[in-house]
Design a protein around this ligand. Structure first.
Ligand SMILES: [Zn+2]
Length: 271
């Protein structure tokens, strides 16, 4: 149900996981029965909202047990806005009352669970293991080329005084370079933005492929994180579907008709 970063078990206060497909109650995306349904964590148009609510409760319980936690999920817009969650007043809305629209969330408050949704896009989790601060970012190609992860680490430094050497990050399951064919316009955007862009693209089967996970790893390195504190889940969301294994949701492999996984991170109080 959840992938974890083995090295992060050294931090008992740190709750985290990348959700997988099995273990929920949704059946709209092809799961045979509710007993082993899909853990769809996104309020997608096709799925029953009540089932997604149950799935979200299952995911929260998997990470926090019986401790009540507040799952915070923003409306994602492939941008670079990052919201710092300070307290009850802004859990789901911005200070001026609008719904939370962001592709990054961060907090130092315990018993919140920050969630970013993905179905091929890259969920990136980060933690300051000295100050006990956590963050989650959603990085599709647009967010990646806009630098959300590098900016997000910058925000952690600015908001909390995080030092890069105290930061660790995990890059979740996402569409791999094996399956992520892109057009030349995408490559052009990357080349205009990153000096290392050439290392992110490969010719495969006559087409241009982008390594989105590596692109985000480069941003974490550029932001000052040590290479050995950056962890890659190294699983392609599209391959597993095409191979007939129901392990992840893949927007591309399933032609858009799919659910959403989440990268989840939070702070356990008193641990
Ligand atoms: Zn693949």
């Amino acid at each position: 149900m959840m992938m974890h970063v083995p090295a992060w078990s050294a931090y008992p206060w740190l709750r985290h996981g990348f959700s997988e497909r099995r273990g929920g109650v949704s059946t709209v995306y092809g799961a045979a029965c509710e007993e082993d349904g899909d853990l769809n964590l996104g309020f997608t148009a096709a799925d029953d909202r009540a089932l997604v609510v149950r799935n979200r409760a299952v995911a929260a319980k998997a990470l926090a047990g019986e401790t009540p936690v507040q799952l915070v999920v923003a409306h994602q817009v492939h941008g670079t806005h990052i919201e710092r969650l300070r307290g009850d007043d802004c859990r789901f809305k911005t200070a001026d009352g609008r719904p939370l629209e962001a592709d990054g969330l961060m907090t130092d408050r315990p018993d919140l669970l920050l969630g970013v949704q993905a179905a091929d896009c890259v969920p990136v989790l980060a933690a300051d293991t000295r100050l006990r601060v956590v963050a989650a970012f959603h990085a599709g190609w647009r967010g990646t080329v806009a630098g959300i992860v590098e900016q997000g680490i910058g925000r952690m430094r600015a908001e909390f005084g995080s030092a890069p050497e105290d930061l660790t990050a995990a890059i979740g399951p996402a569409i791999g370079v094996c399956c992520y064919g892109v057009g030349e316009a995408v490559e052009t955007r990357f080349r205009e933005t990153f000096s290392y862009a050439a290392t992110l693209f490969e010719q495969r089967g006559g087409g241009l492929h982008l390594d989105l996970a590596e692109a985000n790893r480069r941003q974490l390195l550029a932001a000052g994180l040590a290479a050995e504190r950056i962890f890659l889940m190294d699983a392609c969301t599209a391959c597993t579907w095409l191979a007939g294994r129901r392990r992840f949701f893949s927007h591309r492999a399933e032609q858009g008709n799919t659910g959403r996984a989440m990268g989840l991170i939070g702070i356990a109080e008193g641990a």
